[in-house]
Design a protein around this ligand. Sequence first.
Ligand code: IMP
Length: 428
Amino acid sequence: MPGVGDRICAVKDVIESLGPVCAVIGAQWGDEGKGKIVDILAEHFDVLARACGGANAGHTIVVNGKKHVFHLLPAGCLHEEKDIVLGSGMVIHLPTLLEEIALLEEQGIGIIDRLYLSSGAHVVLSIHKSIDHFLEEKRKKKMGKGIGTTGRGIGPAYVDKAMRTGMRLETLWESPASIKKILKEHGTMLTALFDVRFDLDRELAEVIAAKKKLERCLIANITDTMSTCLAEAKTILIEGAQGTLLDIDHGTYPYVTSSATTACGALQGLGLPPQVLTSCIGVAKAYCTRVGEGDFLTEGSPTASKRLRKRGGEYGATTGRPRRCGWLHTPHLRYAAILNGFTHWNITKLDVLDEEKSIPVGTGIRNGGKVAYKKLPGWKKKTLGIREYSDLPRHARNFVEFIEEQTGVPVAFIGTGEGREDVIVNHT
Ligand code: IMP
């Protein structure tokens, strides 16, 4: 039986194997549980960064025993001595960011002095949310269904960015009169393109409130900031948002988000060159979930889906929507591993499968388009709270090793419960 000393060594070895710049990337359709591993690893890094996406992401943070859902600040921001960076690839809804900061400040956790906001990140205005709803309704009318967006204005904010008309955080450096002028022109342009209302007074009040609080956090050039961090030997933990299969270029288009969700996307969003990345942890649930529309080849039967949803608490952190639940599909895991260059896996929520008699895992597509399943035996024993790999039931270890064998990537972290300490750190 390994002792506490061995466990400490294993954790230390695994952390050391991550090197100074580590990205944590979702391998599925988001909601893999990235927040927990980021929170666990945060204490070992100096800088915590988010690169892309916006308030469509959501993770639950427990502040003084109370649960809160955060959308923009990275998980791990409770570690008070860490620097927080929000990169140029992000689209930021300013009132949401102010709310998250205020919530932490109410609890005595300061953020402003250690928050660095890329002036190149884009602003999500309220009108972007209205356009998001407007476009979803149009799709529903035309095709019978929408994309199932989170309604946070993400797509329209990235449309604005790609049209080269978007408003960047650098606007907060402008005078209030100039901000008003910029917003007015912007609103006129957007209302001419989309049939939505623009409330200038509201948008202006929101941007001015953000200017007052956040202007001092703006950084002129994210690449300068990040390369200075590296030159000062600071270590960087990058928190990816959403998951690989939701990537705008490589995901299940058009049922994807509007940003790059891969490791390369994260580096781009932070103005970091590819060779600095020393590790990339792929995060996947021991099963699979999806919110919104789009193919889900290994979606479970209604009974299985309901069972997994109940055991896994599978409801969206941002929208509260019930998630569709099903099984792993190893070609997807392999794809995500190759695309992102995963060096380690974090398999989360293993305990959710504790009561399954047998566990179907998709291994490919047969002629005729049906998924080929391998049925792995369930372990029918409690893994909740187990912290040593060797304490896992044999069939649970076989399940984990099947993922390693199918993807060629070692499983370094295994989630065995909700708590921060419910994790197996596996050094092989
Ligand atoms: P959008 O990012 O709000 O435009 O939504 C586009 C698609 O991505 C929808 O299917 C959403 O449900 C999904 N999505 C966006 N963010 C997340 C997330 O953080 N977790 C899971 N799904 C997400």
